[in-house]
Design a binder for this molecule. Sequence first.
Ligand code: SAH
Ligand code: SF4
Ligand code: F3S
Length: 458
Amino acid sequence: MTSVSVPPRKRLYIRTFGCQMNVYDSGRMADVLAPLGYGPVETPEEADMVILNTCHIREKAAEKVFSDLGRLRVMKEAKAEQGQQMVLAVAGCVAQAEGKEIVTRAPWVDIVLGPQTYHRLPEMVARAARAAGAQIDTDFPVETKFDLLPAPQASQGPIAFLTIQEGCDKFCSFCVVPYTRGAEFSRPVAAIMAEAKALVAGGAREIALLGQNVNAWHGEAPDGSTWGLTRLLYALAELENLPRIRYTTSHPRDMDAGLIRAHGEIPQLMPFLHLPVQSGSDRVLEAMNRGHKADMFIRICDELREARPDMALSSDFIVGHPGEKPEDHAATMTLVERVGFALAYSFKYSQRPGTPAAGQPFQVAEAIKDERLQELQALLRIQQDAFNESCVGQECEVLFTGPGRHPGQVMGRTPWLQPVHALGPASLIGGTARVRVAVRFPNSLSATLLDQKELACA
Ligand code: SAH
Ligand code: SF4
Ligand code: F3S
């Protein structure tokens, strides 16, 4: 008997910008819309509903949304001419920050919803179908979306994200997140454990716990006590069939001794940590309101490497924060030399409306920002290449996540998050296997399989 799969009645296209939190949210929006008959499609042209899940972190990210909206207007009008509808929604952090302005600049948008209200999406879709004019919902509601969302429906595959914490109370001078995502909120232990078990049952072999300040998570346990992230990591390590755990993004201020120790004690905790430092100058760190100094950051990195000698570190940097002088930039370069990063993201400071740094005098000229960014990125590139080079000839375990670009290839991730491809059977996908790294490319590796047993079974 052949099973007939019923195509979804309505087609949904979601484009995701920004951080992993948005990737997670896009998945949950698809979950919320599935009971209404919406199923995913690959391109906006085929969709009955398009959601742009947006990012406001830098000006460029926010502006991309408006260029996308211009293109979508043409598609929406072409559809209307054929008597078809396209519901257009803007979600995420630009929606939160610029709610009304979006519909003023792009009146063809039907729905604007913030990151905390997407559990109300079905209601908004229904209202948008009935009423003319855009529906806007950018509340920070008292009910939390996590309590009202359906259980995750679609399997995320071998690598899954699980949001455990949202929002931020740290108010770094340059950052919009406390305004777009609201106050810090931690999900309770039971909800996280239930979601983790469901993800593993759906095939996840690596779970990345997500939060804007994930190591500030403190959730209520079933016995009424409060757990910190370290305790949660030990509990997750008890789950069967979950060989890999990560957490991101951490704040240096909340890296306590117990959490550092856990890296030496929990084998499932992958030896790679993203720990944004932003600057190596204490004067700039203070102006940024980061609450940590360069020395403290260096000490944490040293302690992490003591706890787990194969630990690789990644970080975020901002060059050209208001008031940054040549000696501050030099201090950043010194910190990078001292720590050594396997991966890093670096940005020119971007003035964000409503943030304290935006109004400060002594904004750094664009040309100087360009120069500093180039210098920093050149050093970070050398370090990334050196790290990848150090992997060549080494054995490691890879979690295979999908087919490679070429026939007969499979793709996966090393413990240090490097993308890696190898020749091997598709049956490897969804599990781990040992490889030897053969060649490094600028942003990925190729490897040969060592585990012939797996091959023999395939
Ligand atoms: N919660 C994380 C990161 C949040 S945003 C943390 O505390 O570090 C991701 C990165 O974007 C930041 O680490 C920072 O490097 C960068 N970023 C944030 N605001 C920025 C701005 N106004 N200009 C340039 N880069 C910015
Ligand atoms: Fe933004 Fe700072 Fe909060 Fe990170 S800690 S989200 S950079 S305000
Ligand atoms: Fe961007 Fe919002 Fe994430 S501003 S980085 S999508 S929290």
